[in-house]
Design a protein around this ligand. Structure first.
Ligand SMILES: Nc1ncnc2c1ncn2[C@@H]1O[C@H](COP(=O)(O)OP(=O)(O)OP(=O)(O)O)[C@@H](O)[C@H]1O
Ligand SMILES: [Mg+2]
Length: 402
């Protein structure tokens, strides 16, 4: 048997419970496989390693922040949110952290920024030595469903602080004159208590700016907001969220020290999201790859919605909760979803055999025929026949002709 010496070392490290040695040997085996030209197996090993590392990272700990960074009284559950005096509507909602829960799933560069912020807040003294302060204002932007709001909740939970959330459109009163007062009242409340202030749907301001009748008033509102944002630096952390970063006033944009862009997950993040959202069904690795192939360029929220629909469909179908059961359920969920601009999803929505042929012929998707068989329920010889027949081509031509 090839590579038996490395496999022996892996087994030894596994039994000894030595994680570091275990991982080192797995890397060694991957390198041997690569050298031997077995790139598909090497890629599979690497994916398993990345996924395992992700599970380990899923137990985030609370961050201890310095009390000079966040000041104020303790915000207790009985304390009432400030209200709009004209309408009586609450100017914010207050969420108290209920444990930390799972971290949102990020691609590597985003995870680095998020962890970097938390590191800053933990190591304030080290920063002060070089005369800088931790970031106190963060602007999160990105398309709908990319995890902006969950990120703000996660950061507050890691800090162990309540999250005071205001929607800008809620602050903008129908009596425009009172908007500036609402903003002032909101900041006064947030500055009084130890909390993270979240300004969600921040672009509402920018939209208002386009209304020529309200120019004077909006200027006043923006100024009040800028002044309050500046003052808040002495009190605590502020997070603002927008879908349309380009609509924001440059003066507002500048007020935020760190800008965090969230986008659709990359392949690795997508795999982790799919495995998470398919739980409690433990999908085999090959199934996760198939889902991931179909859900490229989708946001986290899309992936969650589709996985939930798949679980519902599977539960009612009476099929077993394995690769083929999930595959059939995904196919019917995609068929019910009206529009896909992503070719694999469109093909699976239309014809399962054509989809098998597409996967088998796609060199970028390093899935072996046995794995395609495991994920779809087709026997290996049928996968091989479909591959040779290039069953997906007529469908693709028809799609391109449209
Ligand atoms: N990166 C992610 N990690 C984990 N879950 C995610 C991620 N992105 C989206 N989700 C899931 O999608 C749902 C919607 O995410 P969220 O509300 O944070 O999106 P958003 O960017 O704030 O969208 P909107 O602009 O529409 O307010 C969440 O409840 C979460 O389950
Ligand atoms: Mg949101």
């Amino acid at each position: 048997m090839d590579h038996f010496a490395v496999i022996q070392s892996i087994v030894r490290a596994g039994f000894a419970g030595d994680r570091e040695a275990f991982e080192k040997q797995v890397v060694r085996l991957r390198e041997r496989l690569e050298k031997a030209g077995d790139t598909k197996d090497a890629a599979t090993l690497e994916r398993l390693r990345a996924a395992a590392r992700d599970t380990q990272e899923m137990a985030p700990s609370r961050v201890e922040t310095s009390r000079t960074l966040i000041v104020g009284e303790v915000l207790e559950p009985g304390i009432n949110a400030p209200i709009d005096r004209e309408t009586g509507a609450k100017l914010c909602t207050i969420n108290f952290p209920d444990g930390i829960g799972q971290s949102p799933v990020y691609m590597a560069s985003v995870a680095e920024t998020v962890e970097g912020l938390l590191q800053e807040w933990m190591n304030e003294a080290a920063l002060r030595e070089v005369d800088v302060e931790p970031t106190r204002s963060l602007l999160i932007y990105g398309p709908p469903g990319s995890g902006k709001t969950v990120t703000a909740h996660y950061l507050a939970a890691r800090l162990g602080l309540p999250l005071v959330t205001a929607r800008i459109d809620g602050l903008i009163s129908s009596f425009l004159g009172t908007t500036a007062r609402n903003i002032a009242n909101l900041f006064e409340f947030a500055n009084r208590y130890a909390c993270v202030l979240l300004l969600d749907e921040f672009d509402a301001l920018a939209k208002l700016r386009d209304d020529p009748q309200e120019i004077g008033e909006i200027k006043r509102v923006v100024n009040t907001l800028l002044q309050n944002l500046d003052l808040r630096r002495n009190f605590g952390i502020t997070i603002a969220i927008t879908n349309h970063d380009r609509l924001l006033d440059p003066a507002v944009w500048r007020r935020f020290e760190t800008h965090l862009q969230l986008v659709e997950p990359d392949e690795r993040a997508r795999d982790v999201l799919i495995a998470r959202f398919l739980k409690p069904i433990a999908a085999p690795e090959s199934t996760i790859r198939v889902f991931s192939y179909c859900l490229a360029r989708r946001t986290g929220a899309d992936i969650e919605r589709i996985c939930t629909a798949v679980k519902r469909t599977l539960a009612l179908s009476g099929e077993s909760h394995d690769g083929p059961g999930l595959f059939h359920a995904l196919s019917s969920v995609l068929a019910r979803t009206p529009y896909h601009d992503h070719t694999p999803a469109r093909i699976l929505a239309t014809d399962q055999e054509a989809f098998v042929s597409l996967m088998a012929n796609d060199g970028d998707l390093s899935l072996k025929q046995t794995e395609i068989g495991e994920a779809t329920g087709y026997g290996q010889s049928r996968v091989s026949d479909l591959k040779k027949a290039r069953r997906h081509l007529p469908l693709m031509e028809a799609m391109h002709a449209q």
